[in-house]
Design a binder for this molecule. Structure first.
Ligand code: ADP
Ligand code: TYD
Length: 203
């Protein structure tokens, strides 16, 4: 079972991915908790390249290549081996993030993202939680963290709004894979809903 969390910056993905991993482990499941960009040593090096520096450091086209390169390494070295070994893989962001953050930045880019995904990745999650929150709330929470990985936050509110709308449209187009979760509620309440939906999917 391959489970991903998606949503705008600051929506609570990392928090919920961690809580789900803890809850499943407490129930005796063998769980790998990982994230993108990153999740393998090589992909973590690419992470620093794409998340630090000025917003105009890379063009969206170059970003598609970098995020896909990171994903390929992560898939080869971590995700595929874990799935083959029968582990549950929980990943904080995956290909849907590239479809949105790179694919929606200019007309025509979504087709490039999809083509490269088909050629180099070719795997979709079994279940994707979209944690949905207001763009203003997400940006405020993300900026409160005050780290060095601020490149996408520095694109500002219009980008976050566009990403939120795009994620909701993606979820609507693929209702069998996506579960849309209202992320404006208390953490524990969200975690309860995510766990019960996951248990249902695990059977
Ligand atoms: P993401 O991984 O989507 O960027 P995080 O899980 O890192 O989000 O959460 C961003 C910030 O918001 C953190 O400071 C976290 O403690 C806080 N947070 C997470 N979930 C909630 C929630 N349901 N309500 C309020 N604050 C939250
Ligand atoms: P992440 O560490 O999940 O940030 P946050 O906790 O703020 O949600 O991801 C960092 C940034 O990378 C985020 O702004 C979205 C961006 N990103 C892409 O643009 N494309 C991608 O394919 C991925 C995986 C992330």
């Amino acid at each position: 079972m391959f489970i991903t969390f998606e949503g705008i910056d600051g929506s609570g993905k990392s928090t919920q991915a961690r809580r789900l991993a803890e809850a499943l482990r407490a129930g005796g499941r063998d769980v790998v908790l990982t994230r993108e960009p990153g999740g393998s040593p090589g992909a973590e090096e690419i992470r620093a390249l794409v998340l630090q520096g000025d917003p105009d450091r890379w063009s969206p086209q170059t970003e598609i290549l970098l995020f896909t390169a990171a994903r390929r390494d992560h898939l080869e070295r971590r995700i595929d081996p874990a799935l083959k070994a029968g582990q549950v893989v929980i990943c904080d962001r995956f290909a849907d993030s590239t479809r949105m953050y790179q694919g929606l930045r200019e007309p025509g880019l979504r087709a490039l993202v999809d083509e490269l995904h088909r050629l180099m990745i070719g795997r979709e999650p079994d279940l994707t939680f979209l944690i949905d929150i207001a763009a203003e709330t997400g940006l405020a929470r993300a900026r409160d963290r005050q780290g060095t990985e601020e490149r996408f936050e520095d694109f500002g509110l219009p980008l976050q709004q566009k990403m939120r709308d795009g994620f909701l449209a993606l979820a609507q187009a693929e209702p069998q894979r996506f579960r849309v979760i209202d992320g404006m509620r208390p953490e524990a309440e969200i975690a309860g809903e995510v766990l019960s939906l996951t248990r249902r999917a695990l059977g």
